[in-house]
Structures are given as structure tokens and as C-alpha cells.
Design a protein around this ligand. Sequence first.
Ligand code: NDP
Length: 282
Amino acid sequence: MIIDGKAIAAKVRAEVKAQVAEIEARAGVKPGLALVRVGNDPASEVYVRGKVKACLETGMQGFEHILPEATAQLELLALVRKLNADPRVHGVLVQLPLPKQIDAGAILEALAPQKDVDGFGPHSAGALFSGRPGLRPCTPLGILRLLDEAQAELSGARALVIGRSNIVGKPVALLLLERNATVTLAHSRTASLAEEVARADVLVAAIGRAEMIKGAWVKPGATVIDVGMNRNAAGKLCGDVEFAAAAERARAITPVPGGVGPMTIAYLLSNTIQAAKAQLGL
Ligand code: NDP
């Protein structure tokens, strides 16, 4: 089975659209998402534009704030505090990376936890770690939804997550643990990665190295989620997993592109709904 991330993300966005209408009907306000970009990183420009567009398509309000590259940390902190206090804004996203004069950690700390729709702030991370309610990071939420849509059995399954970043690997591992998988978290110092892969019923690769996970390593019948976004030697977009060979052994697998990619924005919107409902007491 090829797991169709585009179709599943469209379903999530349709769910969000219905909830926007419901919130408006019940509370008389539209959920609002503020997107903050500092500087002119070309990838960030593309990401933020995509997020604003997706946000407006659901009927939510989008507030875009573009600050110059030379913005001082204090200025950005002042904007974050203003957005924290703005009742029209239910979610705030500060696009990373930030220019070098700004400490991203300080910005995330200043963000109101109930508006931290990226789920990267210390309060959200702590809530995830200790299993308390809170906003979870978007890509990991999208990955869990893909696994559910593919009807992967998680409880009791051996799950291998490769990559331990704060934005993908670590939170995915915690979400899988919450769902009672037996989780292994691998990284660049892991010995015998091929053997770890061969044992995994559920494999999540979040490395950032083109096709480094060989199809022949994959356990027959496994479910494979490929988070990587890379260019191969021919300049073609590809994942961390050797797709064609892995697809012959896996029960279900995500393609790149069209797998995890579309889920991130969908869950940003879904998190904004969760945040708006909590703030409006719905
Ligand atoms: P990071 O670079 O932050 O983390 C990469 C992880 O991979 C690290 O933990 C690193 O280990 C591990 N790693 C590197 N080399 C190896 C190796 N040879 N064997 C085993 N593990 C290795 O990346 P991100 O988590 O931010 O992103 C990972 C990938 O996912 C990227 O391709 C990125 O573009 C993509 N991505 C896609 C998203 C989407 O589709 N929406 C969203 C976010 C990311 P160590 O810690 O030891 O250095």
C-alpha cells in the first residue's frame, strides 16, 4: 500500500474547515493564526507563504508579520508578546531558523503555551514528555495520522525512529511510546543500523540523507514512514529510504514527495483549531 499523504492531508484540512465554521457559529469569532518570518531565507519564504494560503483556504484568519533580517531580539520579543495578548490570534508560529542575532530558545520561551501551535516551546515539549495535554509538534502528529490511516498496529509493535531532532525524531518516539509501541530511537552513532531496521514493524526515517536506508533492510510486512526530503545524485527529490526496493517488502510505505510533506501544514491548522477551542472555552 502506498500511503497517500496528499489525500490524507486534504481530509485533515476538510475537517479543519468544518471546525472553523462550527467555532464561528458557536463563538462568533474566526480562529486566527499569526505567522512571523524574520529575514529573507528563501525556504522560509516558501513555507510561510504556503502556510498563509492554507490557513485562508479553511476560512481562518491569517496574520502575516514579516520583519527585516536585522531585527533585534527585543523587537521580535515585543511582537511575540503583542500576539500573545491579541484575542484575535489563537496560534502563533515563528518560522525557524532565525537570524543569528536572535536566540530561538528565548523566543519560544516567550510564546504563550496555549498559542504554541508549532509545539516547539518548552511548555509543549514538557507536556509531551510527561503525557499531559498540550499542543504537539505538527510533523509528528501528521506521521501518527498516516500510521493510523494505514491501519498500522502500534500497540506492542517494535517501532524504530531514525533521527533524534527536537522537531521530528524525539517527539515521534514519544508519541509512539504513548501508543504503546516498543520504541528504539536511532541516530548517527547507532551501531548496526541495518539490524535495527530489520527488526522494526514500524519504521520512521527522519535523517536527511538520500536513500540511505536500503530496501533490503526493511522487515517484510513493515509500515514505513519516510520523513526525509533530499535530492539524489540526479537532482530528483527523494526520501531517506530506497523507495522502490522498500516498497516490495513493506506492507505500507509513504512516497516522497506526497507522503509526510503535506501533513505538516494540515496539522498546523488542526493545532490552531485545538488552540482556539481551548481559548474560547469550547
Ligand atoms: P536533523 O538534521 O535535525 O536530524 C537528523 C537526525 O538524523 C539526527 O538525529 C542525526 O543523528 C541522524 N542521522 C544523521 N546521519 C545519520 C546516519 N548516518 N545514521 C543514522 N542517523 C543519522 O533533521 P530533521 O529532524 O530536522 O529532519 C530530518 C529530515 O526530515 C530532513 O530531510 C528534513 O528535510 C525532513 N523534514 C521533513 C518535514 C516534512 O516533510 N514536513 C518536516 C521536518 C523535517 P545525530 O543526532 O547523532 O546527529
